[in-house]
Design a protein around this ligand. Sequence first.
Ligand code: GLC
Ligand code: GLC
Length: 819
Amino acid sequence: MTRFGHFDDQAREYVISQPDTPLPWINYLGSEDYFGIISNTAGGYSFYRDARLRRLTRYRYNNAPLDVGGRYLYLRDRANGEVWSPSWQPVGGELADYRCRHGLGYTVIGGRRAGIEAETLYVVPLGETLEIWRTRVTNHRSTPAELSLFSAVEFCLWDAWDDATNFQRNYSIGEVEVEDGVIYHKTEYRERRNHFAYFACSAELAGFDTRRDAFLGPHRGWDRPLAVESGRSGDSIAHGWAPCGSHHVELALRPGETREVVFVLGYAENPVEAKFDPPGSQTIDKRLVRPVIDRYRRTDEVDAAVRRLRHYWDGLLDTLHVTTPSEHVDRMVNTWNAYQCMVTFNLSRSASLFESGIGRGMGFRDSTQDLLGFVHMVPERARARILDVAATQFPTGGAYHQYQPLTKTGNDAIGSGFNDDPLWLVLAVAAYVKETGDVDILDERVPYDNEPGSESPLDDHLRRSLRYTLDRLGPHGLPLIGRADWNDCLNLNCFSETPGESFQTTENREGGVAESVFIGGLFTLASGELAALADRRGRHDEAESWRDAGREMAAAVRAHGWDGAWFRRAYDYAGEVIGSAENEEGRIFVEPQGMCVLAGIGLDDGRAEVALSSVAAHLATPHGIVLQQPAYGRYHVELGEISSYPPGYKENAGIFCHTNPWIIIAETLVGNGDRALDYHLRINPSAREEISDQHRCEPYVYAQMIAGKDAPTHGEAKNSWLTGTAAWSLVAVSQWILGIRPDHDGLRVDPCLPADWEGFTAGRRFRGADYRITVRAPRGTQGRVSHLLVDGRRVEGNLIPPAPQGATVTVDAVIDGSP
Ligand code: GLC
Ligand code: GLC
């Protein structure tokens, strides 16, 4: 049992006290346009909006060692030539008192060597397209210290994909300017780009370098730059090859003295017609950027930027705050899970330690589910996201599987035909309207496939989402699966035998038979949500017809999707069942158990409980619930990518954490608070902190996957940060276990607690009012709330009547002893 740090709940930081964590443990800088990832030893990179197309600095994925490329600093003691990095890497070696504090949108890394302490704050100010590194160097010796401080970044030539492949061109195009000690990276600025990067320093320079080979020296890496070792910068100017940025600052510190040096790395754009100064020259016009650089080199501005960022996060996190008997629940709900939801909202699946920033764009189903986790914090941005996503829908109701964040248009290479996609839009809009009451969003006119002239109200998009399913039913009256449903790796209409082919988009079978029970459940859930929205608009006939469609679908699921002890998963191309006791492998899958119960199927006839008992018996492990059992032991060409993974990994019986919250919610629906919380704590990263050496990923964020029981590495997490697990975990814990759930008519307090909890308190901002909620539960029971005391007045049931804007409302919820 090993930990590498601890939570500082007060400061909302994770404090890492050992630099050699099992994997780089990262954090994110930036909230709007400029972003970066930063590891606990200062590795990582930065980009403007799009991690592929506007990459500022280089990072070497899949390198050995793993974390190469970063925001590097070096200290050199001029007395003896000793060299170290205050963030441990890239030099490595001895560093006393190492600590890394990952906070909300900032990271602080520091350590001490030979009586010299150095600590660097890395932060992106709100509203700016730049990052600040503020370094404080203190001399704790009894004698004066003569030091050199070097900075270093390696510039990426903007398109990260091209940068990593097109060397015949790229070795010849790198260009920089250096003016007043500021290094400007301007590759391709002369021709079709109007943007450039800059790297500035607050102190007077003893020198600089912009040529990587001059800074590092031949045959050397970032751990041993020649300029640092020799204590002399070359004032080199890059022409082609690899442009870098390095400042050299000389520090003479008296005993006890501290000096602050600020570095500013940023992105800037000039108007296309005003790129050069003087006009007609090839020199960057710096008149717009100079004031920004000057401002953020000042330490009072850095402090102000940090204060603004804290204030911003306090405001966001004030929306929901809970105090429960579990510190793991509290710190995830109050801080880290909410933070992770914001990061997934901002970056979708683009840039992490496991997502290289050059892969996929925004997923239709990913973004619509991510929204469930942050809509309460930033409803305006959720609204904009809904309209963007809906605009990539086709007139058929189908959807582009992915779209590009820069252009907001659909990705033709992947196309459409993931038949669950459109349904998630309905859930997202329903969640948005429940949170905000803004039912008018349904009247917003949104185009199809971004085609001007095709605009129709958002509610028309939602109707077409459901129609899309109804227009594509298979032989059992269940939805056709298309290329895949939520499980991207269940590819029932693509029989791939060629290495490298896409399992999802290779077309070699006519789809017309393969059906998904999971989509059946999802449709049932979505039709109920759309019916409720129609009711809000007084369209009761329409609402009734959606309810009928939902009932019919539920009937088909009961008739053909029930296996006797659990819900089946699908029918394949040949009409054979998947996820049934009849199968040898893949007999039971988690997804339909979760989704069908969420949709209410089986709640009235006992099947929900039976299905959930089967999950407990066959799928639950101490590290979470695996996706299916038994794992596929060989490749099944008729099932697709799912069986391509070795047993226990990813969709082949890994603990695909995204699905666990569905089971947790389902357990609350059948009243089993003990199991719901137990399952939650198995994947809750804070609760797994004690086994960090086994879990390996960050203990402050959820991971997409934990290796399942069939894997030799059972319990090891992968793909941390950018996962639908974030949104669904927050929903499952806050809305279903704690039961604080927005609904159309107000806020509900409907907890389903474990028997040994005596209650909890919560603060929730909802539609402009603040609710202070206290839930009291008699110990040893798992009952439900029977009535509320709202500002002392008794209200039957669990719905708080809406309060006026600005009101503070005290709510006492009393849980009945009887279950
Ligand atoms: C990945 C995808 C998500 C999919 C899941 C299961 O997380 O981003 O869209 O549902 O895998 O295959
Ligand atoms: C692969 C992954 C899956 C992911 C998909 C996205 O299939 O296994 O998790 O959702 O790629 O395209």
